[in-house]
Structures are given as C-alpha cells and as structure tokens.
Design a protein around this ligand. Structure first.
Ligand SMILES: Nc1ncnc2c1ncn2[C@@H]1O[C@H](COP(=O)(O)OP(=O)(O)O)[C@@H](O)[C@H]1O
Ligand SMILES: [Mg+2]
Length: 347
C-alpha cells in the first residue's frame, strides 16, 4: 500500500467536525453531551456552549427515548442495527425535527466511553414527500368522482335513450297493424340488434368506470364477476372467498376493486397467461386480496414507485391506492414464474 501524501492533523479533524453540514454530537454513558458541532446547534436550537453538559434525554420525547435506548442496547450487545435510521428530536423551541442518523460507540482503550451520532435533518424532505402523497391521493379521489359522473351520464343520457329506440323498434316489429314488407322488417331487426349491442357495450363501459355491482352485491361478487369477465380475453379466471365476507368502507372496497382491475389489465396485456386466480380473504383484523397469474412474469424494479418515472402508472397507482387505505402492497414476479399482487388492508 502506498503511503498517503499527508495525514490530517488533529486541527484539521476538528475543523471537519466543527464545520460539517451534518449535526454531530458525542455523549458519555450517562447521556451528558461532551462535544457538539455547529450543525448540531442549528438542529437543536441551542447555542453550542449550551449544549455541552446537557443530557440528550432532553431532546427526546418518551417514545423516542425508548427507541434511542433500544439503539444503544443493540450497539452494546453487538446486534445488527440498520443504519442510517430515522429518529425524531425536540428542539429548544418545542418543534419536532425528523433526522436520518448514524450512531456508533466511542471505544477508548477497549472500554465503551460514550456514543456518537451523525444526523441529517430530513424534516422538509419528509414534509415534501407527505405533500406529494396527499396530492396524489386527492387526485385518485377526484378521478373516482369523475368516473362516477361519466358512468352516470353514459347511463342516463346515452344508454336510456338507446333503450327507448330499441323498444320502439321492437314494438314496430311486433305491432300487428304495421304491415311491413319483408325486406324492411329485416332491416329493422338488424337495427334492433345493433342498438342492443351498443347498449351492452355502454353498460360494460359504465360498469368499468363505476362498478355498480359493487354497490349492489358487495366486493366478493364484484371480484367474481371480474374473474368471469377475463374469460372474454381467453384467460381462465378463478375466484375464491376465504373466511366470511365482511363489509368494508365503500371507499376501501372501491380501491380494492380498482387494484384488482389494474392487476387483471396487466395480466391481460403483459402476462400471456392462461389462468388467473383472485382470492379475497377476510381475517380477524385484516383483509387480503391476491391476484396471481401463471404468465411470463417480469423483472421487478427495486421500488414500484420508480416505474412511475418511466410513464408506467399501473403498479405505482396500486401502491398509492393501497396507501390510501393504510394498506400494504406486495408484488412478486420472476421471469417465467408468473406474477402475484397482494394487498393487505387493516379491518
Ligand atoms: N402480470 C404481469 N405479467 C407480466 N408483466 C407484468 C405484469 N404486470 C406488470 N408487468 C410488467 O410491469 C410493467 C409495469 O406495469 P404497470 O405499472 O401496470 O405499467 P403498464 O401496464 O402501463 O406498462 C409492465 O410494463 C410489464 O412489463
Ligand atoms: Mg398496467
């Protein structure tokens, strides 16, 4: 190994410590601070000289004190601790800051003398993330309302009048007084069939936009209907209900149905699967929806949210919807081994 060209003097280290952008502080085993840098003063709101001798407990509320103790216990016991970890701190002015921090023991002559921390204030970053999440949730809700409105309009303003047309054609055909020549009769019959087909398509459209079946028959029936519906696309759909169906809040049921719809769309569009299984399980404290296909699978990105950046909004949207109901989404896929989407929601 080549010798470095120079070594940092103690003074240089001190300079680094003092002027680091991250807050750094060291306390002894009783929690009393023995060193803290300028960034630590900015983070806590105390002047640098005020910090020395202060006990770190003063910065922690009950819950976070317990967490800090746990961190220390693990370090002393040599157990693994995922670092950096998140922690909260109470400032001098009473405000709470969120930090991402790294903690290690100060060992002198083989003896643990204290604990040192390096912390970055991520409060604003967290706030921003939260705002984005809230915004996307508002968008999801607005989109649902809009879909409901369009579905209603399709039904009332388009399907209803068409239904009248179909009925009139029917009446014309069956009226004994109308002496229709055979060729005209055949034409009218054709119109009637075409009109009925259009009505059926509209119904499907409206059902996709706002699944009425959900309001009428509940989630399990709606999922079963969807499993049947994929047969139209040559995929063998199965549905299974495990446990006793419990009624969930309307919004939760709709969100679950949307996730299933999107997962089935993916199966249809990407999987080249021959079968898909939908399972809805009701436990004592959670409901679990699973959509599993036997298709070609795919290589999962590290985070589903990352897909949104490439214009793929399906899985990311499922994630958003799961979060909206305080649920948890898991996607499992491997090339050649099919894809499974699981959503757990607390009841
Ligand atoms: N069931 C599936 N089978 C195979 N590939 C899938 C499946 N679901 C998703 N994928 C893959 O993951 C990608 C992202 O899916 P998604 O976020 O829904 O976006 P999009 O469907 O608009 O492409 C898809 O483009 C596809 O490559
Ligand atoms: Mg998709």
């Amino acid at each position: 190994m080549t010798k470095p060209e120079f070594e940092l003097s103690e003074q240089s280290y001190k300079y680094l410590f003092e002027n680091a952008n991250d807050a750094i502080w060291v306390h002894d085993m009783t929690g009393s601070i023995v060193a803290a840098n300028k960034a630590c003063a900015r983070l806590t709101g105390y002047a640098p000289q005020e910090l020395i001798g202060k006990n770190v407990r003063e910065f922690l509320s009950r819950e976070f004190l317990d967490f800090a103790k746990e961190v220390r216990r693990r370090l002393l016991a040599g157990e693994t601790l995922e670092q950096p970890y998140e922690q909260r701190l109470l400032r001098k002015d009473g405000a709470t800051r969120i930090m991402k921090m790294v903690t290690s023991l100060v060992v002198i002559d083989g003896e643990v003398k204290g604990v040192q921390h390096i912390a970055r204030d991520i409060t604003e970053e967290k706030q921003l993330q939260e705002n984005i999440r809230l915004h996307s949730q508002l968008c999801i809700r607005a989109q649902e309302r809009e879909r409901e409105r369009i579905a209603l309009e399709l039904h009332d303003d388009v399907a209803e009048p068409l239904l009248l047309v179909s009925q009139r054609l029917d009446m014309t055909l069956s009226s004994p007084r109308a002496k229709l020549p055979g060729s005209l009769r055949q034409k009218i019959e054709e119109f009637r069939i075409l009109t009925n087909e259009a009505i059926e398509r509209l119904r499907r459209c409206a059902q996709d936009l706002r699944p009425r079946i959900l309001d009428d028959l509940g989630l399990a029936a709606a999922l079963e209907w969807m499993a049947d519906d994929v047969r139209e696309h040559g995929i063998d759909g199965h549905f299974e209900l495990l446990g006793t169906e419990q009624s969930l809040p309307d919004e939760v049921e709709l969100l679950l149905l949307r996730i299933a719809q999107e997962a089935l769309n993916n199966t249809r569009r990407h999987a080249e699967a021959s079968s898909v299984w939908i399972t809805m399980e009701f436990g004592s404290d959670k409901a679990i929806l699973t959509i599993k296909d036997n298709g070609k699978g795919f290589k999962l990105p590290e985070k589903v949210e990352d897909l949104a950046g490439t214009g793929k909004l399906g899985l990311a949207g499922m994630q958003e919807r799961a979060q909206l109901m305080k649920g948890y989404l898991r996607v499992g896929s491997e090339p050649g081994k099919g894809t499974t989407v699981i959503i757990e929601v607390p009841i």
